[in-house]
Design a binder for this molecule. Structure first.
Ligand code: GLV
Length: 310
């Protein structure tokens, strides 16, 4: 099956290089713009060009190379009826959960204080707080949100989760859903973790109203998409002390511009959209499973609901 590579920001052929041989019998990768456009039934896409999909009339599915497929879903040339597929990999959820816990425990245990003390050769214990006293709100309860929720709960943190649609949660995890449940999920939380997909409903969800509901001195861990965060509201909440700190991995503009105040804000840790990595073999498996489903005339696994956006 012919599969076109569509990205304005990544060299997808280079990215997939280690797997191209394994896929060779089933998949012929072609670069965009491709001369045999009528042969193309499949695309691998990440930040595709705005008119990228319009050239391929027989395209049946577009695979993301990540957990999110928002850059495909918002591409204006994506036709109705094209299945959009994301990568779901347990190891990725585990890696994400580790990243989130690293920051959460850093906040709980006062890591920045120890760093500062070490710089000053200061030997001073600081009062420690038990996990049970630090309520955590996790926004997003998909593969990654549920992994993180279980890991937080296993460490003794009280956990609430919020998702747009109702999903059953394991015992000990309080689940909230729908727009109305958001306030209850975050009320009084000390750590808020954003693992939501980007949709019109979740754009700008991390704003002053949400920050005001948190416990004073709360900590934000933001690993969704840059557009979830109202950056000015975040800076204001940090300045007022409503937020004690923030671990930010995703930004409205990436790479983060050189003059952005987040870079040298003492309360902010910036990482370059690196909270977790999808493994290239998992992407290749997703491409193979999608091609196989198309050949059988079935909907590929992990196809996104295009109306809901995830
Ligand atoms: C990364 O942002 C992903 O969607 O996997």
């Amino acid at each position: 099956m012919h599969c076109v590579l569509l990205s304005e920001t990544l060299d997808l052929r280079g990215y997939l290089a280690s797997e191209i041989d394994r896929l060779r019998d089933r998949i012929t990768f072609v670069d965009h713009p491709c001369a045999d456009a009528d042969e193309v039934r499949l695309a691998v896409a990440w930040d595709p060009p705005a008119d990228g999909f319009s050239r391929y009339p027989k395209l049946a599915a577009a695979c993301s190379i990540g957990a999110g497929a928002d850059s495909i879903l918002r591409c204006p040339s994506l036709r109705a009826g094209v299945d959009v597929v994301r990568v779901v990999e347990p190891a990725q959820a585990q890696m994400m959960s580790g990243f989130v816990l690293w920051h959460a425990i850093g906040h709980q245990r006062g890591l920045p204080i120890y760093r500062d003390q070490q710089r000053r050769q200061l030997w001073r214990r600081i009062p420690q707080r038990a996990a049970r006293d630090i309520p955590v709100a996790i926004l997003g309860f998909g593969a990654m949100g549920s992994r993180a929720a279980q890991d937080f709960a296993a460490l003794g943190f009280p956990v609430r989760v919020w998702s747009r649609s109702a999903r059953p949660a394991p015992q000990g995890i309080a689940a909230f859903h729908d727009v109305g449940g958001l306030a209850a999920a975050v009320e009084g939380a000390e750590i808020v973790v954003n693992l939501l997909p980007l949709t019109p409903e979740t754009r700008g969800i991390l704003d002053a109203r949400l920050f005001a509901r948190l416990r004073r001195g709360a900590f934000l861990i933001h690993v969704g998409r840059g557009e979830h965060l109202n950056e000015a509201d975040c800076l204001a909440a940090l300045a007022s002390g409503q937020l004690a700190g923030a671990a930010l991995d995703v930004f409205a503009a990436e790479p983060l511009p050189a003059d952005h105040p987040f870079w040298d804000h003492p309360g902010v840790m910036v990482t370059p959209h690196d909270a977790c990595d999808v493994s290239v073999p998992a992407v290749a498996d997703t491409i193979l499973a999608t091609a196989a489903a198309l050949e059988r005339g079935e909907t590929p696994p992990h196809t996104v609901d295009r109306v809901r956006g995830y």
